[in-house]
Design a protein. Structure first.
Length: 732
């Protein structure tokens, strides 16, 4: 067992205070990279080793199984003990332990079964059907979220009064769901915590037992607690219990999951805690990165407040690159990744972070095309996402209506009243008569054929229209007439992401190069399959990491590229409704920046394709909140600073577009003819220069015989060239 001295060795003064604090409850504000995991595990070990607690007298709650395992491993190593019987785990794991011990008092059978999210959704689907409701108007996933959200607020169906017929039906399904689960002894994830809370709240003897047992409660990632979790913890804190919570209000980014950053302030009042202890020394990032993070988060008003600092002497500036399109943005990122990798940085030490999952597509395409291994962390690769696969299935049916796999994937998506029994009958007819499913529809009885006939007519109509449309128009058309677009217009976060993915699918074909225009659709479908299969076969031991900023929380990388930094994308358009939402987006930006250890790149596209139309957007306000001295502006498109952001706020979107020729290349209608070179140039043309490489024409000026062009070159920035001297050629 480690000595007391060696256990505390290497702690900085604030970490030491946190580990050895003995005066009641305490809130520790642990900044990004400040060593909070070490503080938590060392404190738990120190309390036990010095006799302040027995191993069964402490409850440690985490948010992930990985964090719980890491804590148990470190404590076991420090104390050289068997940690299997310690009360360390996630909220759900602790809930299971309580319910297994007190199943009778909780109203459960001894062998109650825990159901996962998929099983919960399947059960809800059956109840919707039993209730005689149309799943198109009562989607199982939405009702699942409705039930789980109510449970997280501690609300049972009997406590609610419905408003309107739709809410009445939703509440009926909630009540039926509760009844079915109680009858069959089923417990979903949200039920684990709610039922264990109710067990403690309604049984004084059991509550007193655990209040007396747990002399000390440790909570990790406290900023992520929701209402029920907070109430559950508050219930367990008895008169002789101390609670030690570690969290960072600046990293509270899960409001959409019910997390309440206000729980940080409530802690100080409800547990009679002193001023928070701040862990501000960062062991991860450079002074420049931390200064940028501090500058950004300092604009949030609803925070307790801290200021990160480091002894790290690395002074490399943050690189800002503004591509004129999303393709240019991706090209630059992959170029940098290849250069950094050639200079000795492992691919796994580099990450591309984006606000929306849909943004991964263009980076996946360029990484794949240039032979760079990558992983999509915490999500599916673009062409493997369900909504994308469904659109691709419609496209496959346009090419070949007899594709049975594609037929089955979309015959009842969106829902068109075609049930499993009808499909079984269709498959039987097809098998007996050796027909495709599409052909077998004609052989069904009139009643069974009705809805299936409408589906086959839809495919034939798509086939006919596709003959007069280009590739992006075909995909747009399919998304609309199939009903997929309307299906995902619920306004829910997950559906907004699906719509963004569908938009990105349309965008993906804008730059798709086909050797045979007559077979563009066939070649595109082949490309999607080959890219998916090739990526699955790659060796991912060393691979660039692609992920959303939400998924990146808790991770760190030597090099980080934060992409899509445009107002409307990051911060997201949906956040513009309230300052509270903007502050959550700003916390998300703070998390993104503090993932980087050594090198940080900030990128944006001056314009993006949205549903087939090129849309311009200003540079993200968050970039403008970073002091100019911290940034190396590679492209030189924007002037960084608060004044420019104020200009954005006071301008209409059309004024913004006019103020930046990159955003609206036709804002100056200029055309120059260089007769000696037999060359006509206009604003927006792509050109190539022998020294500066590929670029885009931003401005053209002609004064008599003197002709100049301002051109934005990839990786170089803006250059003004004398067209009578400079040798340039048009690319397209």
């Amino acid at each position: 067992m480690q000595s007391n001295l060696s256990m505390l060795d290497g702690l900085n003064p604030e970490q030491y205070k946190a580990v050895t604090y003995l005066d009641g409850s305490l809130l520790v504000l642990a900044g990004a990279g400040s060593g909070k995991t070490r503080v938590l595990t060392t404190r738990l070990s120190w309390l036990v080793k010095n006799g302040y607690l027995g191993i069964s007298e402490v409850l440690a709650v985490t948010f992930t199984n990985k964090a719980a395992r890491e804590m148990l491993h470190r404590v076991g190593r420090l104390l050289e003990i068997d940690t299997r019987y310690m009360w360390v785990g996630t909220f759900h794991a602790i809930g299971v332990r309580l319910l297994r011990t007190h199943y009778q008092e909780a109203g459960l059978p001894a062998s109650f079964q825990i159901i996962d999210s998929g099983e919960q959704q399947s059960l809800i689907k059956r109840l919707i059907k039993q209730n005689g409701l149309d799943e198109e108007h009562y989607p199982a996933k939405e009702i699942q979220s409705y039930i789980n959200n109510l449970k997280e607020q501690g609300l049972r169906s009997v406590q609610l009064n419905p408003e309107g017929l739709r809410n009445k039906h939703w509440l009926q399904i909630y009540a039926m769901y509760e009844s079915f689960c109680n009858k069959d002894g089923l417990v979903d994830f949200t039920e684990l915590l709610l039922r264990s809370y109710e067990l403690l709240a309604t049984n004084d003897a059991i509550l007193r037992r655990y209040q007396q047992q747990f002399k000390h409660i440790l909570v990790d990632e406290f900023q992520d607690t929701n209402q029920l979790q907070y109430l559950w913890l508050k219930l367990l804190v008895g008169s002789d219990t101390s609670i030690f919570a570690v969290g960072d209000d600046d990293q509270s980014i899960y409001a959409f999951r019910g997390a309440k950053v206000s729980n940080m302030r409530k802690f100080l009042q409800d547990f009679n805690a002193p001023e928070p202890l701040r862990l501000e020394q960062n062991y991860r990032s450079t002074p420049v990165i931390l200064s940028a993070a501090n500058a950004i988060i300092g604009n949030n008003s609803d925070r307790i407040g801290k200021n990160l600092w480091t002894n790290n002497q690395h002074e490399e500036k943050i690189r800002l690159y503004e591509g004129y399109t999303e393709e240019d943005e991706a090209y630059f990122v992959i170029d940098e990744i290849k250069n950094l990798h050639n200079n000795g940085i492992d691919l796994s030490e580099m990450a591309i972070l984006y606000r929306s999952n849909a943004q991964s597509r263009v980076f996946e395409q360029h990484l794949y095309g240039r032979g760079v291994s990558y992983k999509v962390y915490g999500g599916l690769r673009f062409f493997d996402r369900l909504e994308i696969k469904r659109v691709l299935s419609y496209l496959r049916l346009i090419v070949n209506p007899h594709d049975n796999e594609a037929f089955l994937r979309v015959v009842n998506f969106p829902a068109r009243g075609i049930g499993p029994k009808t499909i079984e009958n269709l498959q039987e007819v097809a098998s007996v008569n050796k027909l495709s499913l599409f052909e077998a529809v004609a052989s069904l009885s009139n009643k069974a054929k009705a809805n299936l006939g409408k589906f086959t007519e839809l495919i034939l109509m798509m086939q006919a229209e596709s003959k007069v449309l280009n590739l992006s128009e075909i995909i747009s058309y399919v998304i609309e007439v199939s009903g997929i677009h309307n299906h995902f217009e619920s306004g829910k976060k997950e559906d907004e992401e699906r719509l963004a993915n569908l938009n990105e699918l349309i965008t993906s074909v804008a730059n798709f190069k086909s050797e045979n225009n007559a077979n563009q659709l066939i070649e595109f479908l082949a490309h999607t399959v080959l890219e998916s299969v090739d990526n699955q076969a790659q060796n991912f031991e060393s691979a660039v990491q692609l992920m959303t900023v939400h998924a990146a929380k808790g991770l760190e990388f030597k090099v980080v590229f934060v992409v899509g930094l445009e107002d409307g994308l990051f911060p997201h358009d949906n956040s513009s409704k309230s300052e509270k939402d903007v502050e959550e987006e700003r916390r998300l930006m703070y998390v993104a920046i503090t993932r980087a250890r050594e090198k940080l790149y900030l990128l944006r596209a001056c314009s993006r394709l949205l549903w087939g139309k090129r849309i311009s957007a200003p540079l993200s306000r968050f970039v403008n909140e970073i002091p100019e001295a911290l940034i190396m502006n590679i492209s030189g498109v924007s002037t960084i600073g608060y004044n420019q952001f104020r200009d954005y706020e006071t301008s209409s979107s059309s004024q913004i577009a006019r103020s930046n020729p990159i955003m609206n290349p036709e804002s100056k209608t200029s055309r120059i003819i260089i007769q000696e070179q037999d060359l006509t140039l206009k604003i927006g043309d792509m050109v190539r220069h022998a020294k500066f490489g590929q670029g885009k024409v931003l401005r053209l000026n002609e004064d008599g015989k003197k002709m100049t062009a301002e051109i934005f070159f990839i990786g170089v920035g803006k250059k003004t060239l004398d067209l009578n001297i400079a040798k340039i050629e048009k690319v397209y």
